[in-house]
Design a protein around this ligand. Structure first.
Ligand code: NOJ
Length: 554
């Protein structure tokens, strides 16, 4: 396997709106980020992925971009962004930017032009269709609820939007549009950035004719996703993008890809195919979804998680590369979702981190995860800000679901769980802002905050530091092969990593009850890391995680 800096890196995701506010307007900004770079450096991360900071009317918090080459006013100026890049580089870290090119904002100049007339030269940058029998051109639903089509009176046609109606889909079939995007990417790369995270990049090629999909019983719209995920020209577009842009720089790329399978991921990420370095897969994020999707709550079965993550590990062993994550700005907080954010807050947060960081792939830390930020239970829908959450709430209300049931879904799955302000300390507003935060701070900030975690050498923060250091000291963590152990154990997720003379054993008790683990292989092994005081009996305490190393003489 070829070695690369991005395989050896740990990435930290910043969601700028909620990270750190420097000017008291209640919204995170670039100077706020700069003020926390030493903190990130101390944590030991290598790469920062910055969620969108471009000009945007914020229908979807920056994932609706009205100018790809300007900075959002609330966040600062281009000069400040340049200062950020320089300061990141000065500390020996790298910066990757979010590339959101499946859609733009409806306030982007291209769309303003496009909707003005059918003859406009930008018309074909978007996906327009006449209505069918006075209705939408097909039966696809948007990922944020409702139809995926919006009628535009001026030209008596509909445009496609797989997300909100303020996020019209770009038409990748159009060569001129693709060239504009490649030019824009080149412009950012020439500024010195170190790569891109690509938003729903496997949605950019749609099946010709945009056929109707099957509507599931009880639903108004069909998903349509089989006609736009991993579409017919996706590999061609990615290879073209690679050839025209990415191949000219030493950068990393990660494609966000709902619905990607390991078979496809190999095509997207194999070194010799010149597409992307890695993808964000979603299968493990769906294991606690019921049959009606994310809001339909289901208990996670450890066995499903073991089978799924192990499948990704082994399938991509020799071809392709994994990205490793348990949460981000779209997902609930991992300690609340998969651990116990009360009684075993430290133990379960560190166990989950161990499980993830010792796997093969590039690990991603989402802001606040490194000191165990948790989900939030806001008392009322008024406190929520996320468009997907708000749309779900009103649709569910219309369908007669109870308030209690709806709120239970939000508490478990709303994207706002991940978007409450970063809890820096125990001062007003958790030290995030001196103003009124755009979204309420999680009330547990007096207990859970970065300052406290940094001062306590036995905190989640310090444990993350150790995990990150271990990766730098042991090649086996980066390049070793993976094998699942104790497949049948009902409470333990254990695996082995092997490289040359080194073998690593990772053993995680996934639950809050004691359990026993018998593994002969551990005889003579050295305990590298554990989230409890050193104890090498075969009894594992609640959420106990241990990492052992065996060095064989050659
Ligand atoms: C995925 C992003 O991560 C999410 O936040 C956004 O709402 C959609 N793509 C649409 O851009």
């Amino acid at each position: 396997m070829e070695k690369s800096w991005w395989k050896e890196s740990v990435v930290y995701q910043i969601y700028p709106r909620s990270f750190m506010d420097s000017n008291g307007d209640g919204i995170g900004d670039i100077q706020g980020i700069i003020s926390r770079l030493d903190y990130l450096h101390e944590l030991g991360i290598d790469v920062i992925w910055l969620s969108p900071v471009y000009r945007s009317p914020n229908d979807d918090n920056g994932y609706d971009i009205s100018d790809y080459q300007e900075i959002m006013d609330e966040f600062g100026t281009m000069e400040e962004w340049e200062q950020l890049l320089a300061e990141v580089h000065n500390r020996g870290m790298k910066l990757i930017m979010d590339l959101v090119v499946n859609h733009s904002s409806d306030e982007h100049q291209w769309f303003v032009e496009a909707r003005s007339s059918k003859e406009n030269r930008y018309r074909d940058y978007y996906i327009w269709r006449p209505g069918k029998d006075g209705k939408e051109p097909n039966n696809w639903g948007s990922n944020f609820g409702g139809s995926a089509w919006e009628y535009d009176e001026r030209t008596d046609e509909y445009f496609l939007h797989l997300f909100s109606k303020k996020q019209p889909d770009l038409n990748w079939e159009n060569r001129a549009l693709r060239e504009e995007i490649y030019k824009m990417m080149t412009w950012w790369l020439d500024k010195g950035i170190d790569g891109f995270r690509m938003d729903v990049i496997n949605f950019i090629s749609k099946v010709e004719g945009l056929p109707n999909d099957e509507v599931k019983p009880g639903n108004k719209y069909a998903s349509g996703s089989k006609y736009y995920r991993n579409g017919p020209r996706i590999h061609e577009y990615l290879q073209e993008m690679h050839q025209e842009v990415l191949s000219k720089y030493d950068v990393m790329t990660v494609g966000e890809m709902p619905g990607v399978t390991p078979e496809l991921a190999k095509l997207y990420t194999a070194d010799d195919r010149n597409e992307l370095n890695m993808v964000f897969q979603f299968e493990h994020m769906g294991l606690d979804n019921g049959t009606n999707g994310k809001w339909d709550l289901k208990e996670l079965h450890l066995n499903d998680l073991k089978t799924n993550l192990s499948k990704w590990q082994t399938e991509l062993e020799h071809k392709g590369w994994n990205s490793l994550y348990l949460n981000n700005h779209d997902q609930p907080r991992s300690v609340s979702r998969f651990g116990d954010d009360r009684q075993y807050h430290y133990e379960s947060a560190t166990m989950l981190a161990t499980l993830l960081h010792m796997m093969k792939g590039t690990p991603y830390v989402y802001q606040g995860e490194e000191f165990g930020m948790t989900n939030v239970n806001f008392p009322s829908i008024e406190d929520y800000r996320d468009i997907e959450t708000l749309n779900f709430y009103s649709e569910a209300k219309e369908q007669g679901e109870s308030e209690e049931q709806i709120m239970a879904s939000l508490y478990a799955k709303s994207r706002d769980n991940a978007r409450t302000p970063v809890q820096w300390d125990d001062s007003l507003n958790a030290g995030f802002t001196s103003g009124i935060p755009w979204i309420e701070v999680n009330p547990n900030y007096m207990e859970i905050n970065a300052k406290k975690a940094m001062e306590d050498s036995n905190s989640i923060f310090h444990y993350y530091k150790k995990l990150i250091q271990l990766r730098k000291q042991n090649e086996v963590i980066v390049y070793g092969t993976y094998k699942l152990l104790l497949e049948e154990h009902p409470a333990v997720f254990a695996y082995e990593r092997k490289l040359d003379t080194q073998t690593l054993y990772v053993i995680c008790n996934f639950y809050g009850e004691r359990t026993t683990v018998d593994l002969e292989e551990l005889n003579g092994a050295q305990l590298l890391l554990s989230n409890y005081k050193k104890d090498e009996t075969n009894e594992y305490k609640p959420y106990e995680a241990r990492v052992y190393l065996v060095e064989k003489q050659q």
